[in-house]
Design a protein around this ligand. Structure first.
Ligand code: MSP
Length: 522
């Protein structure tokens, strides 16, 4: 069976995490947990990108050393991931000594192979984005196309990576791996916008940036942050020989980088070229998601329009935030966030899932003193529902195989809706009233099993709440594995208990109070 190495980008350690960072990380966490649920082995890495002029500037502004500043920032990210129940295997930091050694080694190797050469760079530089731009990109106003700040003309000695050596090879690689970058339009954009017009050699060092990894061969240079950052994916698995063998050297391991589409270019063009230059394996896939916007503007600290995921998570709990982000945002599309839409989406949880749990547990308590009846299948409707369950499981697995976790989630919620409808149609209370106990047993044993299946399939998203469902159903620990979900009868005689409310509905009257509490402007 295939292994997976799944990565988030490493976030710049120059500001606290926002909802956009939370989205990528939650996506990767759910993907990792889903793959594990299906029996795969997964290594999941996250981390922080800690070098660069911008970070040094920020640290100085706050009267701190850059190292102290990034230590503190990376802790904030770790805390956020803990709050959101992110179950990562590695938190990689670019100030980690082992990573620094790796970067130096790769830089030297490329230098000695003439993949990197010394030249002179002249261009428009955006200090905030740490990016150089061409004349046409900055336009007449001389502003950075990304952050819209004024750029500066800079001329400096720089090392360059010889892209021209690898363009042909890269295009061949794309041809043989048409799904390398998903959604597919991203790869076409990459080719049309960057490669076909002629890819310039990439400047990979700076002389005006002290807070970075020194080039051993010429210490007035530091390594360009993107060169440094991309190699985090190597450093994250290279610290342990077993992990390295299993998740990097092994060709049965699929390496998946999940990134925002604004940085897909670095992952689809430069990263494979760097790896080719070092004779190393290439990643299998870059998944490029859209950006979360607010009133159609990119969310960012500098625009003061970012949403604080800490406050949201403190109030609603991690499962709700995880569910919201994964079910609401179609992968690859930009998404315009609004608090109203957020509430509408999360209310699906109490209305659909909470309600289903409540109905099933209450009926089992009322009709059978809480003991789940021995599984039987007497009614035509029950048999039809079994088919729906099997097809939901099949679709779910197929979607996870295809990395479509948002679709996998909606498959489960469609089944939740089917089960609710099944209750309405068959009306177990009528069977009870009419003393049709055999039929009632059949219906209730199915309902208990369907809830169990739903809880298991949602376990990668609702990492806490799914346990409440399983506990209320009295599911034994040994059956909390995917291999049992199609085995009817395993819940025979389990005793259910009524427990805490699964999710609270947010009413219109709560919304205003919440806005104040969560610091949300209209
Ligand atoms: N440090 C680099 C990544 C290096 S990976 C080798 C970086 N950091 S970042 O903090 O600016 O952005 C990290 C990720 O967050 C990117 O994938 C970016 O797309 C994502 N997001 C930043 N703002 C976002 C939104 N508003 N919405 C969704 N994701 C966004 O780039």
């Amino acid at each position: 069976m295939k292994n997976f190495y799944i990565t988030t980008p490493i976030y710049y350690a120059n500001g606290a995490p926002h909802l956009g960072h939370a989205y990528t990380t939650i996506f990767c966490d759910i993907l990792s947990r889903s793959k594990r649920l299906l029996g795969h082995e997964v290594f999941f890495s996250v981390g922080t990108d800690e070098h660069g002029k911008k970070i040094e500037k920020n640290a100085i502004k706050n009267g701190l050393t850059p190292q102290f500043f990034v230590d503190n920032m990376s802790e904030q990210f770790k805390k956020m991931w803990k709050m959101l129940d992110i179950d990562y295997d590695m938190f990689i930091r670019t100030t980690n000594q082992r990573h620094i050694n790796n970067v130096k080694q790769f830089f030297s190797k490329m230098l000695s192979n003439n993949d990197i050469y010394l030249g002179e760079y002249e261009g428009w530089y955006c200090i905030d984005c740490e990016s150089f731009w061409s004349d046409s990109q900055v336009g007449e106003k001389k502003i950075c196309p990304d952050c819209l700040r004024t750029v500066k003309k800079i001329k400096e000695e720089s090392y360059f990576f010889k892209c021209s050596r690898y363009v042909e090879k890269l295009l061949n690689f794309y041809n043989q791996n048409m799904d390398f970058c998903l959604p597919k339009v991203q790869l076409n954009e990459m080719i049309n916008n960057f490669i076909t017009p002629g890819l310039k050699d990439l400047s990979v060092s700076r002389t005006n940036d002290n807070w970075g990894i020194r080039v051993e061969e010429n210490t007035k240079h530091t390594v360009y942050v993107w060169f440094d950052a991309l190699f985090n994916y190597f450093s994250a698995v290279n610290f342990d020989n077993e992990v390295y063998k299993k998740f990097w050297l092994n060709n049965d391991t699929e390496i998946i980088h999940v990134v925002g589409k604004d940085i897909a270019r670095f992952h689809c063009i430069y990263w494979p070229m760097f790896l080719m230059a070092c004779d190393m394996r290439l990643p299998n896939r870059v998944l490029a998601h859209g950006l979360i916007k607010i009133k159609n503007e990119k969310m960012s600290k500098s625009k003061h329009n970012s949403i604080d995921p800490v406050l949201l998570t403190q109030y609603f709990g991690s499962d709700v935030i995880r569910y919201f982000l994964i079910s609401e945002i179609p992968f690859g599309n930009n998404y315009d966030y609004s608090f109203e839409r957020f509430i509408e989406r999360i209310n699906i949880l109490p209305h659909q899932l909470g309600n289903l749990l409540n109905r099933v547990i209450s009926m089992l308590l009322q009709y059978f003193d809480g003991a789940i009846p021995t599984f039987s299948s007497l009614n035509l409707e029950d048999a039809k529902m079994q088919d729906k369950m099997f097809s939901a499981i099949k679709d779910y697995k197929k979607n996870i195989d295809n990395l479509n976790i948002t679709e996998a989630t909606s498959t489960v919620f469609l089944f939740v809706a089917d089960v609710n409808k099944y209750i309405d149609d068959i009306a177990p209370w009528k069977l009870y009233k009419n003393n049709k106990f055999k039929e009632l047993e059949s219906v209730m044993s199915h309902l208990a099993h369907f809830l169990y299946v739903i809880a298991m399939l949602l376990s990668p998203i609702l990492v806490n709440k799914h346990k409440i469902i399983l506990n209320q159903l009295g599911v034994l620990d040994k059956f909390r594995k995917l291999e049992f979900i199609d085995k009817f009868g395993i819940l025979n005689n389990c005793v259910v208990v009524k427990g805490e409310l699964l999710f609270k509905t947010i009413d219109d009257k709560d919304i205003d109070n919440l806005k104040t509490l969560l610091n949300i402007d209209d």
